[in-house]
Design a protein around this ligand. Structure first.
Ligand code: ATP
Ligand code: MG
Ligand code: MG
Length: 565
């Protein structure tokens, strides 16, 4: 395992351990809202939160922040659980649903009302907006701000009992309408929603606001370090105000959880906003949420990306307080590094052209041996049948070679990797002049692994698949979904009044389906088994469309970065 690199969050935790603030305890949480599929950005948060817990011997809570009744579904809960497990993290008994705390949250709201720190406001939404003020203008107190505790308790009870329509009353914290931080100008904490919740059904018709619910969830679970993205920085004063008020009311013991913000992941060549992902799926630009081109974690899995690769990526990019962009090539390189170590090698011809060995007997065949992994001899070798007719890559033959071309051309000798040295003697064409076959003679004493092999010095080293034994398969050649690093962003050359949408930057060649010839050993590939197809890149047997004995493959990533400028 890589050495732990320190960062500002670890520094805070180290200091808390030194001072004994939490008695040495480290408890974090990953709190997704179950309203969509997790994406690459979430992987950063997951690796960070679960990683901190792992390295400090603490726990990371898997918490569903499901306080919003309208957009949440069990389908997403299941998918999120599967994705976090796939990344290799565990939470033991620490699985929580914020909706289980509705009673406690309601009780906290009552505590605030009793302490004179919350009131029921009956202004219209429009009036509330106007009276909130602006960045430069202070807000105005609501005419309902000084309702008595008794009146507030009664109104809040009637809100809960379902007596009022949505939007007619709202519970607000009573802080300071003149605060320079707009988030402290009496933020709303409970609203009326006559909606059915996916777990609590119709038990409630008032629901807590996210900014009220989240600190309470952390405090209920005794979270020590509540790590979130930078856009919540302005909310921290309310987070602290709320927990302090609730501790004063006897709801929670001190010390109280501490919110720490870090910069979210921004990655080139993808979009990570839920709204845009939904649009890509709903408008059919991709084939569903698990499309290998989509930056969702189920898409990544189907593409053949690995959990180890994501963990390496999270380590490599680190965490910071400053927003920045990470290039997609960094993520791809992490996947290559992992796959290079983990994936066995196989041979596949993706753009087939027939090679006929004219001096090899018709109907005959023999076995060649190919190592499964060049760095891991312990993984052994496999048999590759050789015969008179072989598939080679179309680009490996040139009738009239350009300078520096060392592969097949009339008169040249190359090695057929793990097999024999052959000498090209010409080609066959159809009536239209298209090359239909390449002709060659083989050197019977040149077989790889035999003493004669060393007698031949050739520059070309080509891969091949026997026509009689090869397996014809569907292979999907995936590439980046967007052709531009910042999809939708205006750029030089755009007309001054032209709108650019992220959809305008979709790469038209992000998916190509081909029929390829694979060496016979690949016929038994299991769903999700990953390989390096020599000279081509890393491929995975698709976990959805593969059938026993009939796998189809997805290209995960090329061997080298083809996007580098
Ligand atoms: P979206 O903004 O696309 O709706 P979200 O951030 O609201 O997504 P949540 O379910 O609330 O989605 O996120 C769960 C956790 O993942 C949060 O703690 C959030 O900060 C974190 N997270 C989300 N996106 C990123 C990102 N791009 N980089 C790092 N962490 C992220
Ligand atoms: Mg959210
Ligand atoms: Mg968000």
């Amino acid at each position: 395992e890589a050495p732990v690199v320190s960062n500002f969050i670890r520094n805070i935790i180290d200091e808390d351990i030194r001072t004994g603030k939490w008695g040495g305890r480290v408890e974090t949480r990953f709190p997704p809202e179950p309203n969509g599929y997790l994406h690459y950005g979430h992987a950063k948060s997951i690796c960070l939160n679960f990683g901190l817990a792992e390295s400090y011997g603490g726990a990371c809570h898997m918490r569903f922040d499901d306080t919003n009744p309208e957009k949440e579904e069990q389908e997403y809960v299941d998918a999120i659980i599967e994705a976090v497990k796939w990344l290799g993290f565990e939470w033991g008994e620490h699985l929580y649903f914020a909706s289980d705390y509705f009673d406690r949250m309601h009780d906290c709201a009552l505590s605030l009302i009793r302490a004179g720190k919350a009131y029921v406001d009956s202004q219209s939404a429009e009036e509330m907006r106007t009276n909130r003020g602006t960045l430069t203008e202070p807000g105005k107190d609501s005419p309902y701000r000084n309702r008595s505790v008794e009146e507030n308790i009664e109104l809040f009870a009637r809100m809960r009992a379902g007596e009022f329509a949505e939007g007619t009353h709202i519970l607000r914290a009573k802080i300071d309408m003149a605060s320079p931080n707009i988030n402290l100008r009496d933020p709303a904490i409970y609203r009326i929603r006559h909606a059915t919740h996916h777990r609590t059904g119709d038990a409630w018709c008032i629901y807590p606001m996210y900014t009220f619910a989240h600190p309470i969830e952390d405090a209920i679970e005794s979270i020590t370090h509540s790590v979130c993205t930078l856009e919540f920085e302005d909310q921290r004063p309310f987070y602290d105000w709320l927990l302090d008020a609730l501790a004063a009311a006897g709801q929670f013991p001190r010390p109280l959880p501490q919110q720490i913000e870090f910069a979210r992941l921004n990655l080139t060549y993808v979009v990570l906003s839920k709204r845009k992902l939904i649009q890509l799926v709903n408008e059919g630009h991709v084939d569903g949420w698990d499309d290998p081109r989509l930056p969702t974690l189920i898409g990544a899995r189907r593409r053949g990306f690995t959990a180890t690769g994501f963990r390496r990526f999270a380590e490599r990019i680190g965490v910071s307080k400053a927003d920045s962009w990470i290039d997609m090539s960094v993520l791809e390189e992490c996947m290559r590094d992992d796959l290079n170590e983990a994936a066995e090698r196989r041979v596949a011809v993706l753009d087939p052209l027939k090679l006929v060995i004219t001096n090899y007997a018709e109907g005959a065949s023999e076995l060649c041996q190919a190592p499964n992994h060049p760095l891991k001899p312990e993984l052994g070798k496999r048999d590759m049948p050789f015969g008179r007719e072989l598939w080679i890559e179309r680009e490996d033959f040139m009738e009239e070679p350009v300078k520096g071309f060392h592969r097949l051309y009339p008169g040249n000798m190359v090695r057929l990797r793990y097999g024999f040295v052959v000498k090209c003697i010409g080609c066959e064409k159809d009536a239209a002049g298209n090359i239909t076959a390449v002709l060659a003679e083989y050197m019977p004493d040149s077989k790889s692994g035999t003493p004669g092999a060393d007698n031949y010095k050739v520059k070309g080293n080509l891969h091949w698949v026997s026509v009689a034994h090869g397996y014809e398969a569907e292979v999907r050649i995936y590439d980046r979904l967007f052709a531009h690093p910042h999809p939708g962003q205006r750029r030089e050359g755009d007309a001054p009044d032209a709108e650019r949408s992220f959809l305008d930057d979709i790469n038209p060649d992000s998916k190509r389906i081909i029929t390829a010839y694979l060496e016979p050993a690949l016929k038994d590939a299991q769903p999700e088994e990953r390989f390096q197809f020599e000279r081509h890149g890393y491929f995975v047997a698709d976990r959805v469309d593969s059938r026993p004995g009939a796998p189809v493959f997805n290209r995960t990533v090329t061997l080298k970065d083809s996007w580098a400028k």
